[in-house]
Design a protein around this ligand. Structure first.
Ligand SMILES: [Zn+2]
Length: 449
């Protein structure tokens, strides 16, 4: 496509790639790819702009003029832009690696471009090797592409959901994506080993020797991308040798294995699969909790003219979020163990959301009163995807019925004790908190672009 661009007007334009700080503005022809309000010391209205050559630059404007800019700049539209100022790059969570950025004020002009041949997306994929140089670097966010090896929901220490997706690059190097609760649905449960994930605007960290890409409020995901910008990457990833099922699944263990693992002094949480059933639900510990959609705090039941509401001590206009948290004994032929079933796993076993279970079948004011519909989860043989935490506690992340996964049985580890390899690193609570304080991303619509 790019060869068609040498029209006269485009030749007169400034190339985005060549813009430098303090330079006088010349016309650029760009598409507006993203718009967001930056956080950090100062709120700014930010844009990501790309030109016909696929080069990208960021622009900022004052938040107080957001109405004006929203009226003249539409996302995904193209403009001939002039009257801007060229300054240095943004230095906190930049989405683009450029030596300069633009400042839009009242003098900036945006003339719509009718039929531009400008890319609709921008990637600047980091290589595995460069990721190491970006650990804890908050100046620039990181784009990455890889082939999915594993993909599963996990629970944080406080029972919220996050997603861990293991990616391989074209040389087989592995990194792990951690999508914090606000972003955990950017990759769905339908994403399976072999799929290709392009992820934008993550921050790089390291945990126990494994590089991690953590979601930010700007993170977007494209599943199995097929745009011109990704063809070469996808081609190389598709050429990787196929993965064996043992590579893509957590190790299958018995309850006896879990008991022994729990007694070891394990340093990091480990993930396993176990075929077991619930023997008993511990009613005295409660089976659900309700938290605030704004601040995540526990909500209190309140009667208003006979109608039951859930209220936050700090916020008004909230939505109560109902989540399962069921303490139970699980068992198989080798023994029994205590475990906590968090929301995803319980919903999978019961086929009903916690909210529906509470509002249709239970006493919403008393989480210790277990409805018989929930008791129906007992005695169902299930494939449990679980984490053994550092303290030996077992958390059930997800569950599926055994009938649909009989292939596991033939490969099951019936004899038990073999060396276990470390798997998913634990989320760091500090980062989790930071993520929760940020509002959900506004750019998530690219998820299935
Ligand atoms: Zn609240």
């Amino acid at each position: 496509m790019i060869s068609m661009l040498t029209t006269t007007t485009q030749m007169e334009c400034q190339r985005v790639r060549d813009i430098r700080e303090r330079q006088k503005h010349r016309i650029i022809e760009v598409r507006v790819l993203r718009r967001w309000i930056s956080r950090g010391k100062k709120e700014e209205l930010c844009y990501q702009l790309v030109d016909v050559f696929g080069d990208c630059i960021e622009a900022v404007a004052e938040v107080k003029h957001v109405k004006h800019f929203d009226s003249v700049i539409q996302l995904q539209c193209c403009y001939r832009v002039s009257g801007y100022i060229c300054t240095g790059p943004r230095t906190y969570m930049a989405t683009v690696d450029h030596k300069a950025s633009l400042v839009f004020g009242q003098k900036a002009r945006f003339d719509p471009l009718p039929n531009p041949n400008i890319p609709i997306i921008y990637f600047n994929f980091a290589t595995y090797e460069t990721l190491k140089t970006r650990i804890k670097d908050s100046r620039i966010l990181t784009d990455y592409i890889g082939r999915v090896k594993k993909n599963a929901m996990r629970s944080t220490g406080t029972g919220k959901d996050l997603r861990k997706t293991r990616l391989q690059d074209d040389k087989g190097n592995e990194v792990e994506i951690t999508l914090w609760p606000d972003a955990c649905n950017l990759i769905g449960d339908d994403v399976v080993p072999g799929d290709i994930v392009a992820i934008c605007s993550t921050s790089v960290s390291e945990y126990k020797g494994l590089l991690q890409l953590e979601s930010t409020h700007l993170t977007t995901v494209v599943l199995n991308p097929d745009m011109p910008e990704t063809v070469e990457y996808v081609h190389r990833l598709r050429a990787l040798p196929p993965m064996s099922s043992t590579e893509t699944q957590d190790k299958k263990v018995t309850i006896l294995d879990l008991q022994l693992i729990g007694q070891e002094n394990i340093q990091i949480p480990r993930n396993f699969i176990c075929e077991a059933q619930i023997k008993e639900i511990h009613e005295d510990r409660g089976w659900f909790y309700v938290h605030c959609s704004k601040c995540s705090s526990k909500l209190y039941p309140e009667l208003d003219n006979g109608e039951l509401n859930f209220v936050c001590r700090d916020d008004d206009d909230i939505i109560p979020i109902f989540r399962y948290s069921v303490n139970a004994t699980i068992e198989d032929a080798t023994g029994s163990a205590e475990a906590v079933f968090f929301n995803e796993s319980m919903q999978a076993l019961l086929n009903i959301s916690c909210k529906d279970m509470v509002t249709k079948h239970a006493d919403a004011t008393n989480p210790r009163n277990v409805p018989h519909q929930l008791m129906s989860a007992i005695d169902k043989q299930s494939l449990l995807h679980l984490t053994v935490k550092n303290d030996g506690k077992i958390v059930i992340n997800s569950a599926s019925k055994v009938a649909s996964t009989t292939s596991y049985q033939s490969t099951g580890n019936k004899t038990g004790i073999t060396p276990f390899t470390p798997t998913t690193p634990a989320p760091k609570s500090g980062t989790s908190k930071r993520q929760l304080e940020e509002s959900p991303g506004q750019d998530k619509k690219m998820k299935r672009a």
